[in-house]
Design a protein around this ligand. Sequence first.
Ligand SMILES: O=C(O)[C@H](O)[C@@H](O)[C@H](O)[C@H](O)COP(=O)(O)O
Length: 232
Amino acid sequence: MIKETVFKSFDNTESLESMLAERIARQLQDAVDQRGQASLVVSGGSTPLKLFQALSRKGIDWSEIFITLADERWVDSDSQDSNERLVKENLLQNKAVGAKFRSLKNMFATAREGAAMAAEHIANIPRPFDVVVLGMGNDGHTCSWFPCSADLSQALNSESLCEAVTPGKAPYERLTLTRKAILNSRQIFLHLVGEQKLAVYRQALEQDDVLAMPIRAVLAQTKTPVDVYWSA
Ligand SMILES: O=C(O)[C@H](O)[C@@H](O)[C@H](O)[C@H](O)COP(=O)(O)O
């Protein structure tokens, strides 16, 4: 059983989003105040949309804040399935319009070919990352660390910032930050909504195989604080 993780439970998504946005904004502003710059890594998928909108309305020094993605689907940046598009339309808005966004996607045809350039593109983002916001799939993946992928071990064991992943069951080739990159952070938030995600999270705490439940790479470690924000 993993004891270090903080678990915060909310009755509804609105209160979770409002509390988490407030906490992230405070941590980013504290980082700017202390070090002059801050860094935020966010995930795609459907869960963080309203959180991004709430965060975009926070009056913090966005021009000193770097933002990148935990993972990206290798699709055009204007595709409905692009995480970059999600971030641009929901987070880089309102007061956050001047944040320094660094995309993972580039002009290479495949994520495998584009990985080195993507790593270079995000290399100057201040690290440890100040805040990382992760989601989780019902198969226990986070970032693009898919249990069914032949590339999983590489993503978990690589010394690089990012690696290409062919998911197996999910669509599109991906580029993902590696375990090493994600754990080199001051704070990780795991953002979960719904009973099914709660059940998967509990299952991940109980069993001990990171390759079967890659979210364990984040949960079963003590280097980086992880706070779970869950709502019904
Ligand atoms: O690009 C992605 O899909 C992600 O970054 C991924 O890791 C996501 O966080 C989970 O799959 C949860 O996705 P949902 O929020 O859609 O459930």
